[in-house]
Design a protein around this ligand. Structure first.
Ligand code: ADE
Length: 245
């Protein structure tokens, strides 16, 4: 079971997504559990203030450290990992998502591809999942007091652009971890053979088609209709190599 605790002022921006589709399934099968801490409850003074102006001057308000420290300490468990989305963080990648989900990268080979077609794969079957606890601080306002970083294990950037708060990046990070937890996706191998899941994190998945075999003159490649698993696996390997050129 992986537990994800969101520390946020805007629970309503996060919760609906977690109660939809795969994130909901992850909860139902007991792979993930989500809970919330209202940062406002740890605000200072009569107005429960959580922000203030920056020392040295400048525009905007910064998240104060005391409410964040108190909020994290109120839910901290042994071994919990504290994540905070910030543009100053390390780039979020599939490899990092795999590491936090506790799975290793996939050997991309024709054998694994064939197993993914014939569903023989034992990849990702892990009966005894350890309990994990992630605490995700969602900053808001123009910035945060730098001292907050002293309690963060994983400062993470989701890309070179600036969002108004940490709620969307928090969902990006959590979604990409949760979908990798055993049992969450349909097939055991669907998370194993997919884009960026190789050791270098550079592989782009092969293209795929579903019914109908022909649509407005666009045909599904003949080989995929052949039923020859060996050949299909080799063809998919070639396509992946092409995608990476
Ligand atoms: N907060 C604002 N922008 C962000 C980004 N690009 N990544 C992570 N957190 C952020």
């Amino acid at each position: 079971m992986s537990r994800f605790t969101f520390i946020t002022l805007f629970r309503e921006a996060i919760e609906p997504y977690l109660n939809t589709s795969m994130m909901l399934k992850a909860q139902k099968i007991g792979a993930a559990e989500f809970d919330f801490v209202d940062l406002r409850e740890f605000g200072i003074g009569k107005h429960k203030s959580v922000d203030d102006t920056p020392y040295g001057g400048g525009d905007g308000m910064l998240l104060r450290c005391e409410p964040v420290f108190s909020a994290v300490e109120s839910v901290l468990t042994e071994g919990a990992k504290v994540i905070m989305p910030t543009p100053a963080g390390e780039k979020w990648t599939q490899k990092r998502a795999q590491a936090l989900a506790g799975i290793s990268h996939t050997e991309i080979s024709a054998k694994n591809l064939r197993e993914s077609i014939t569903k023989e794969s034992e990849l990702e079957k892990k009966p005894n999942e350890p309990n994990r606890h992630f605490i995700i601080i969602c900053p808001h306002y123009e910035g945060y007091d730098e001292r907050i970083m002293s309690m963060v294990n994983y400062p993470i950037s989701v890309g070179n652009y600036v969002l108004t708060g940490g709620e969307i990046p928090a969902l990006i990070i959590v979604d990409s971890i949760v979908r990798l937890l055993p049992g969450v996706l349909g097939g055991d191998s669907s998370a194993a053979i997919e884009s960026f899941s190789d050791e270098k994190g550079e592989m782009i998945e092969f293209p795929q088609w579903t019914k109908p075999a022909e649509f407005r003159g666009m045909k599904v490649p003949e080989i995929l209709l052949s039923g020859n698993h060996e050949k299909i696996a080799r063809w998919r390997m070639e396509q992946m190599r092409k995608n990476m050129d």
